[in-house]
Design a protein around this ligand. Structure first.
Ligand code: NAG
Ligand code: NAG
Ligand code: NAG
Ligand code: NAG
Ligand code: NAG
Ligand code: NAG
Length: 301
């Protein structure tokens, strides 16, 4: 609460001193089709935001549902953008704007906030309490950052979160309790990290898990996936897997991605046959030709 009050006073002071020339929303020359979530909503596009004009944002932004930062330089999320209980902002896109730190309570009073996309920034750490005042978040995109460290309670309160994208980061280990508060998480993307697998790190109700391109050698640990009883899609492309455990076929799985691993062709043939019997569809990525393969999945003779 103390933080909120300090931010609040600060933002009033700063707003006041610069309110002569507020930074306006614009929609000219902007192609919203890259932001499908915003097509049917009222949208505010803010351009040329930087550290010196960030507190001069027009208060009218609170009317809009979709807020998009473009061609801007904002190392921190400006705390004044949600600084009113009446703010209607439900979608925030701040991509490639050099965000390098997320403070405690980065989204004050953000009760209506549902989707936050901070992909393509410079975030390295996820500290505690960042999302404390945004309890209704449904989707969070932190892909294409440099995240390597977490506070284990960073996701506390995100009981509504369904989709979490942390692909293209520097994650090597996941704290055991990290995902514990995410009771409703169904889609988790950890593609292109450096992850180690451990029992007890994935939330139980996941439907879709992408662990492609992580250099995992996980044949001994396949039971981790069988324990995820609602998992229907598992992507393991680009790892160093040589064989598959029986338990995978007796799960709910419907889609399995195994391209670019270290299977011998005999073993891969057995895997594909077992998948057919259990009606699991192989998903192929970077399909190969002119070399040993089964359905475009590379294998070793
Ligand atoms: C907007 O972008 C989409 C896909 O990126 C493209 O198909 C469409 O033609 C563009 N529209 C305009 C008006 O430029
Ligand atoms: C911030 O942006 C404004 C408006 O585009 C510009 O006039 C100002 O020079 C910029 N300040 C810095 C520090 O880049
Ligand atoms: C948010 O939307 C509601 C209902 O459409 C409206 O009454 C309210 O004025 C809006 N808030 C702001 C800050 O514009
Ligand atoms: C990110 O922004 C920089 C300039 O701020 C620009 O040069 C670069 O092309 C942008 N990258 C992407 C992927 O849009
Ligand atoms: C997250 O952002 C990246 C890059 O901006 C995009 O490719 C990806 O589809 C987004 N993920 C989700 C779940 O929307
Ligand atoms: C799996 O899904 C079913 C039906 O959607 C649900 O009742 C059950 O709680 C889920 N199981 C887990 C472990 O989340």
């Amino acid at each position: 609460m103390r933080f909120k009050i300090i931010f609040f006073v600060l933002s009033i002071l700063l707003n006041h001193s610069q309110s002569d020339n507020p930074l306006q929303c614009s929609q000219e020359d902007f192609n919203l089709s890259n932001y499908p979530e915003c097509l049917s909503e009222s949208s505010c596009i803010l351009r040329n935001l930087n550290t010196s004009n960030v507190y001069a944002i027009d208060r009218a932004i609170h009317e809009f549902k979709c807020l998009i930062f473009v061609d801007s330089f904002v190392p921190e999320i400006p705390s004044n953008i949600f600084m009113t209980l009446k703010s209607n902002i439900s979608h925030l896109y701040a991509n490639n704007v050099s965000i390098n730190e997320l403070r405690r309570i980065s989204f004050p009073f953000a009760q209506k906030l549902k989707c936050v996309d901070l992909s393509q920034n410079l975030i390295q750490n996820l500290n505690e309490m960042i999302f404390y005042d945004a309890p209704n978040l449904v989707s969070l995109n932190l892909s294409h950052n440099s995240i390597g460290e977490f506070s284990s309670n960073v996701f506390d309160k995100l009981d509504s979160l369904q989709v979490l994208d942390m692909s293209y980061n520097q994650i090597t280990t996941i704290p055991f309790d990290l995902f514990l508060p995410l009771n409703n998480l169904v889609e988790l993307n950890l593609r292109y990290n450096r992850l180690q697998l451990k029992f007890g790190i994935f939330p139980e109700n996941l439907h879709s898990l992408d662990l492609s391109y992580n250099n995992l050698e996980i044949q001994q640990k396949f039971k981790i996936f069988s324990l995820l009883q609602n998992l229907t899609m598992l992507l393991l492309h680009g790892n160093r897997i040589e064989s598959m455990h029986q338990s995978i076929y007796n799960s709910q799985l419907r889609f399995l991605g195994l391209s670019e691993n270290l299977f011998s062709c005999n073993i891969l043939a057995d895997i594909i046959l077992a998948m057919k019997v259990h009606k699991i569809v192989p998903l192929v990525e970077n399909s190969v030709k002119h070399t040993s393969n089964i359905y475009g999945i590379k294998c070793i003779e």
